[in-house]
Design a protein around this ligand. Structure first.
Ligand code: TTP
Ligand code: MG
Ligand code: MG
Length: 446
């Protein structure tokens, strides 16, 4: 790869994130085994994360709390304070954006940064890594582990290698040699199933995988096989933040019985707007474009979209816009399906210090989010929605960090709602739907 095209990519991931926030806010917990999860050591439920002091006892994420209690009876067990961690996550993303606008959050506590163009201002990748670690520590009082490399793949492996408080720099050209001795399970996208299958070929390390011929990989793993080999050699051209451009968050609802009832249509739009707004907030983004999709009994499908003067992550402006777009189209028509989609994302923090929303209103919304995260989407229901008997299409595991790569994949019911006669026509394409295996997914676990 020529110098002109060599990129400098950072991956940052906070150390023992939920537990570290609790230790930060309660100094008496520092140095102690802290276990954050949905209850105490005698409760059902699992560990969200454990401080490094607790990990010494074998406690780890996703372990039943009771097991954690048996392994580490002296542990301090704390409930999950989702709203607090979301807020801290946003603060960290603000810090990261001081170094480049090319920041791609991948979960609540990690992000990729392309700092290729930032080096004249801040120094080389290693120096930027150090600056970021210092800045995260002084601004939010947390430690972040950082990997620096020429690709997302290698940076991700590097950030994980010397946790906690790690900084691992892989110089250009050293990618394959850096990866080679590591166990195959370290390779991002190789899960338990793929690792097991690879073991049959004597593959233990990433270097073993890199040495397998492409045609063998293709035979065994199909179209993802050769890609697996490339990644083992540290080849990954995936750009930082690329998926943001085509990204959208949407909900759709197909009525059990086609309807022309205005109230039912409006309540459905409200419920969907609420779901979309909640997911925008979870992802730390605001949308500037709202699209509604309307399919009638004859499978005629139209979409109408409007760009807002100010981007938003709140229900009201989304609902108002969706309603204004839908009203003229649904009059006197029997509706089969409705959809509300938000797109045109900017990061919330890019708007700077000025928050166009009433801060009190935002606090209420954030309190609602906390309840939603803890008890599920149905816990908070506007008076108007009571009795609407909408199914709960908006539920997702509150403990699963939102992964922008798969944002729309799990709950897009439109995929099965195709016109039997092929006349269905969508003005919005399915760009945001994922097909095939993405980097970061196990080709066999998928
Ligand atoms: P991770 O970054 O995977 O883990 P971590 O930050 O706790 O520890 P480290 O990165 O130092 O290894 O996840 C970030 C947060 O996401 C974590 O603090 C809690 C939450 N989480 C869960 O709730 N359940 C899980 O199974 C995992 C893996 C994470
Ligand atoms: Mg982490
Ligand atoms: Mg993480």
């Amino acid at each position: 790869m020529s110098a002109a095209t060599t990129r400098t990519i950072l991956h940052g991931d906070l150390d023992a994130f939920f537990a570290a926030v609790e230790q930060r806010d309660r100094p008496e917990l520092r140095g102690k085994p802290v276990i954050v999860g949905g209850g105490g050591p005698r409760d059902r439920g699992v560990v969200s994360t454990a401080s490094y002091e607790a990990r010494v006892f074998g406690v780890h994420s996703a372990m039943p709390l009771r097991t954690a209690g048996a392994l580490c009876p002296q542990g301090v067990f704390l409930p999950v304070d989702g709203a607090k961690y979301q807020a801290v996550s946003r603060e960290v993303m603000v810090v990261l954006r001081r170094f480049t606008p090319l920041v791609e959050p991948v979960s609540i506590d990690e992000a990729f940064l392309d700092v290729s163009a930032s080096q004249r201002m801040f120094g080389d990748g290693a120096e930027i890594g150090r600056l970021i670690k210092d800045d995260v520590r002084s601004s939010v009082d947390l430690t972040i582990s950082v990997g620096v490399a020429t690709s997302k793949l290698v940076a991700k492996v590097a950030s994980d290698l010397r946790k906690p408080d790690g900084l691992v720099v892989v110089p250009p050209g050293d990618e394959a040699a850096f990866l080679a001795p590591l166990p195959i399970t370290r390779l991002w996208g190789v899960g338990a199933k793929s690792a097991e299958a690879l073991r049959m070929y004597g593959v233990r390390t990433i270097g073993d995988l890199a040495a397998l011929p492409d045609d063998l990989l293709a035979r065994r793993f199909g179209k993802n096989g050769p890609m697996l080999g490339e990644r083992a050699r540290g080849v990954d051209a995936d750009p930082v933040g690329d998926r943001d451009a085509a990204k959208s968050i949407g909900h759709e609802h197909t009525f059990d019985v086609d309807t022309s009832d205005r109230d039912q249509i409006e309540r459905t739009l409200l419920a969907m707007s609420e779901g979309v707004a909640g997911r925008l907030r979870d992802s730390g983004v605001r949308a500037s474009t709202i699209t509604v999709k309307i399919r009638d009994t004859t499978f005629r499908t139209i979409t109408r979209q409007r760009t807002l003067p100010d981007s938003t992550d709140l229900t009201e402006p989304i609902f108002r816009t969706a309603l204004a777009l839908a009203r003229p189209e649904v009059r006197g028509v029997r509706i089969r399906l409705l959809g509300v989609t938000a797109s045109g994302f900017g990061q919330r923090e890019q708007l700077g210090l000025f928050d166009p929303d009433d801060p009190r209103r935002r606090r209420v919304v954030e309190a609602e989010d906390a309840v939603r995260h803890r008890y599920g989407e149905r816990a908070i229901t506007r008076a108007r929605l009571v009795g609407s008997r909408l199914p709960a299409p908006f539920e997702r595991d509150p403990m699963t960090p939102v992964d922008p790569r798969s944002m729309d994949a799990p709950d897009d019911p439109s995929a099965s709602d195709t016109a039997p006669d092929g006349t269905g026509r969508d003005d919005v394409d399915g760009r945001d739907r994922l097909d095939g295996t993405e980097p970061g997914e196990d080709p066999l676990d998928a």
